[in-house]
Design a protein around this ligand. Structure first.
Ligand code: GTP
Ligand code: MG
Length: 358
């Protein structure tokens, strides 16, 4: 399952965001070397799935999910080395990182510096990894000249130069082959990072009016190419513990029309290049995640490997057609029902039924 790690300097609001995402009480995190992050599976909200479930009056409704980790905070400049390494080991396991930055108190002045500081830290870690790789590749290629090894050495040297300038790997536009050849190095700055700008609930109705530190924080995100989501984690956490009715009333008191949490999840999702396809019947309606660019056979494989192995055709209707026309039968009559072969590139919102034979 795709892993999203909440990370950042101490006290930015990671555990509060986690609580908001999971409506789950958060256990205290002891600052020891045996770090156990809070961990939960979060459903990805999807109005299309809601629509299909109602349409089919389905028995079972299953959401695509992400796994969220609340990682203890650390300050690259002051945290003790052993603890820092333990935290970084947790970062390494994540598919994407959400940098939670507090703008709700005097820390706000530090927000931009923290955003730059964390990205620099990831780049620095990679610099050390690539420096080591270059040294060892130089040795091997000297002993035994090998074309592939030499190409990798050149690539690593090139990357090292750019890391030295503070550029994360995620911005280097490496080819798929290059990325593959680097996978054994498990670089850190290749992971997509999203910034969560955590503001006071008292500022939420006035946003985007001036909030201390906010323009600088946004400028830092833009400069580094980080997508950002503004939210009040404390407010979101309160809302997540309420019934829909109470939440709606509370939101109107604060003058907000939309919760930030779905926006955060959607941002994480698209940053990871994930798209959603759906399966739908009276028995079960379900949303699934698949990497953008996957073909129909790979898509079938996310449901079950048998479906990929015995793939025949993907019966496909775009959700928008299904909704506009009013159902499967109607979509068929209008010529919007397609039989796609295995090379078809799955689109976000495709409703699919895989024909297979094993
Ligand atoms: N006013 C306000 N306070 C917040 C908000 N989010 C977090 N806090 C407070 O800030 C403090 C730290 O929040 P946490 O969520 O524990 O921060 P953290 O990032 O998990 O902290 P560490 O795990 O120690 O790094 C708590 O006292 C929270 O109540 C917010 O949106 N508004
Ligand atoms: Mg915490």
């Amino acid at each position: 399952m795709t892993k999203v790690g909440l990370f950042g300097y101490p006290g930015g609001g990671k555990s509060t965001v986690f609580q908001a995402l999971t409506a789950q009480a958060v256990s205290p995190q002891f600052l020891g070397y045996d770090l156990k992050p809070n961990q939960a599976v979060v459903k990805i909200p999807d109005e299309r799935l809601d629509f299909l479930s109602e349409h089919y009056n389905t028995k079972s409704k299953v959401h695509a999910t992400l796994e969220v980790f609340d990682i203890p905070g650390f300050d690259p400049a002051s945290t003790e080395k052993k603890l820092k390494n333990a935290v970084l080991e947790l970062y390494r396991k994540m598919d994407t990182l959400a940098l939670v930055v507090g703008l709700f108190d005097e820390m706000a002045e530090e927000a931009a510096r923290q955003i730059r500081g964390m990205v620099e830290e990831l780049v620095l870690l990679d610099y050390v990894i690539f420096e080591r790789a270059v040294t060892s590749l130089e040795k091997t290629t000297r002993v035994k000249p090998d074309k592939e090894m030499k190409a990798k050495l050149e690539l690593c040297q090139r990357i090292m130069g750019r890391l030295e300038e503070g550029e994360p790997l995620s911005r280097m536009e490496l080819s798929a082959d290059e990325l593959k050849s680097l996978s054994d190095l498990a670089p850190m700055s290749i992971k997509p990072v999203i910034a969560v700008l955590n503001i006071a609930d008292s500022d939420i109705s006035s946003y985007p009016a001036s909030i201390t530190g906010m323009p600088q924080a946004i400028a830092a995100c833009e400069e580094l190419g980080l997508p950002h989501v503004v939210m009040s984690a404390a407010l979101e956490a309160e809302l997540s513990g309420m019934t829909d009715e109470d939440a709606a009333e509370y939101m109107s008191e604060f003058g907000i029309s939309e919760r930030a949490l779905p926006r955060f999840i959607r941002t994480a999702y698209s940053t990871l290049s994930l798209i959603t396809f759906l399966t739908a019947s009276e028995k079960e309606c379900r949303s699934w995640s698949v990497r953008r660019g996957s073909n129909a056979q790979q898509t079938a494989g996310t449901i079950h490997s048998d479906l990929a192995r015995g793939f025949i055709r993907a019966e496909t209707i775009a959700f928008e057609d299904f909704k506009a026309l009013g159902g499967e039968k109607e979509a068929k009559a209008a010529g919007k029902y397609r039989l796609e072969g295995k090379e078809y590139v799955t689109q976000d919102g495709d409703i699919m039924n895989i024909r297979f034979n094993v």
